[in-house]
Design a protein around this ligand. Structure first.
Ligand code: FAD
Length: 494
């Protein structure tokens, strides 16, 4: 066994890596974090556009109590480090014919909004959907979300077979939503939850309704932007003695005597470690990006099981017409055609669903006069390593997306030099090894949730944390995985 005086090395300062680092350091372990980028956060990225810092990743936080638990476990308080404000709307949903639905977070206000939009039967359907999402979440929280690596068998044993079947694993999300929402627009609205984990509602199990329940617990805007959460976790880890090295790309996980023993950086420097926690996408391991010796530590995600990538436009623009909400979704005309193009055909959809985050309008804030900070996103296939989209295809996609948003009533006055595009190829550069997939393996089919790698790998001394591992993608799930990795390192006694 490696000497206890050696550090735990964490590769990557994304959400999973930051949480693992903070919790391990708080437990008295020496921790060193090596991050290829210039600062913490990973996909919680900020970029400078037209003189302003614009969030180019997730905009809102879910599962606030989880982050309170993490800060408390490290002897601190979330509220003491960050100001969080509740976002009242789950989202503004808009269609190209001008139809709109504002969906509040609060249960009865949301049911009322759905009723006004599509009639009293739709409001009942919404209440039943919410209750089903709550039951699925309750059945899965302890044996799945908080377990380090659950199996379907363990779930059936702990929760009972009826409990497992009650999570609707064998029905697709799309079919299950059809039971609650005869109105195709509402089915389209709630099917978007599959895309939060980069998956298609046509293939994802209805079990994913648990994501809807997580969101219904509340959405929080972090004062100053989500990047402040990453910075606060970094500061928390540093207060417990963790060291951070940026612009430090790890090229190899060193293996000796059948276990991970350290890392080699791009400049050739080696660092010995008692254990290594990898926060990069696990498929980068299988792709050989951390050397041949560690490549077999997890299964590589097959190309057709990758989650979606995205094209994003971070911009400063003046909005005319309908004001955007904190999150506005402009829906495609034909969702099944869009998901088929993204999934089966693996190409940019001809008519995409467009999500727009208005960063100066979070939690009811009023934007300053003039151009405001916006992030626009469409889903894209993750094939940047095999068949990257050419510049013309990205430009066409952008023209269509801006036109769709305008048809829904939000006219964005674009200005040259005030826009920055991030493509699947860019995401693949930022997080290599999976063609630009943003959420690890897709959650398609009932087994998908159980086949994600857990915190432990086949290689002793090597642990995983991040959205590509169990329990799944998204800021909160990646944080859970980081906590799980820290616990596994401690349990392994390395
Ligand atoms: C546009 C966009 C919108 C999103 N919207 C939402 C949302 O609304 N809600 C939500 O919950 N989630 C959302 N997500 C997803 C969420 O951001 C991620 O699931 C989560 O942040 C991933 O965290 P992670 O722990 O996997 O680490 P990552 O963010 O993937 O970070 C991994 C880190 O490892 C580093 N790294 C990789 N290889 C190496 C190496 N060889 N050496 C050193 N460092 C390395 C990378 O540079 C990176 O910093 C969104 C993501 C994007 C891009």
């Amino acid at each position: 066994m490696a000497a206890r005086t050696q550090p735990v090395v964490v590769i990557g300062a994304g959400m999973g890596g930051l949480v693992a680092a903070a919790l391990l350091a708080a437990r008295g372990r020496e921790v060193l974090v090596f991050e290829a980028a210039a600062g913490p956060g990973g996909k919680i990225r900020e970029i400078e556009v037209d003189g302003a810092r614009i969030g180019a990743g997730p905009a809102l936080l879910t599962l606030r109590p989880l982050f309170e638990e993490i800060f408390a476990a490290a002897g601190d308080s979330l509220g003491g480090q960050l100001a969080l404000r509740a976002e009242p709307l789950l989202g503004r949903h808009a269609w190209a014919d001008g139809t709109r639905l504002d969906l509040p977070v609060e249960a009865e206000a949301a049911a009322e909004a759905v009723g006004q939009f599509a009639g009293p039967a739709a409001a009942s359907g919404y209440r039943a959907f919410r209750e089903r999402a709550r039951r699925i979440h309750a059945a899965l929280e302890a044996p799945f979300l908080r377990a380090s690596r659950p199996s379907a068998m363990a779930l059936a044993t702990q929760g009972g077979l009826r409990g497992l079947l009650g999570t609707s694993p064998f029905t697709t999300l799309w079919d299950a939503l059809g039971e609650h929402f005869p109105d195709p627009r509402l089915r389209q609205v709630f099917a978007r939850i599959a895309t939060y984990v980069g998956s298609s509602p046509l293939k994802a199990p209805a079990t994913l309704m648990l994501v809807a329940h997580v969101e219904l617990q509340g959405l929080w805007a972090v004062e100053g932007g989500m990047a402040r959460l990453a910075e606060a976790l970094e500061a928390l880890a540093r207060r417990h003695g963790a060291g951070f090295r940026y612009a430090a790309e790890v090229r190899e996980i060193l293996v000796a005597g059948g276990r991970a023993r350290g890392i080699r950086l791009a400049d050739g420097e080696t660092v010995e470690a008692a254990a290594v926690v990898l926060n990069a996408d696990p498929s980068a391991l299988g792709a050989g990006r951390f050397g041949r010796a560690a490549a077999g530590a997890v299964e590589r995600t097959p190309v057709d099981r990758r989650s979606f990538s995205a094209v994003t436009w971070a911009m400063r623009a003046t909005v005319e017409g309908v004001a955007p909400a904190a999150q506005t979704v402009v829906h495609a005309d034909d969702p099944t055609a869009e998901y088929a193009e993204l999934g089966y055909r693996a190409r940019l959809p001809a008519v995409p669903t467009v999500t727009l985050w208005a960063q100066d309008r979070m939690a009811g804030a009023t934007p300053p006069p003039g151009p405001e900070r916006l992030l626009m996103m469409v889903n894209a296939p993750a094939r940047a390593d095999l068949r990257p989209e050419d510049a013309a295809a990205i430009a066409r996609c952008g023209e269509t997306a801006f036109a769709r948003v305008a048809r829904a009533g939000l006219v964005l006055q674009r200005r040259p030099g005030a826009e920055m595009v991030t493509t699947p190829a860019d995401f693949d550069r930022l997080s290599p090894g999976n063609g630009g997939a943003l959420y690890g393996p897709a959650v398609h089919g009932w087994q998908a949730a159980f086949s994600r790698p857990g915190a432990r790998t086949k290689l002793p001394g090597l642990f995983l944390a991040g959205g590509g591992t169990h329990p799944g993608a998204g800021v909160a799930m990646a944080a859970l995985s980081g906590r799980s990795a820290a616990m596994q390192v401690i349990e392994a006694g390395v």
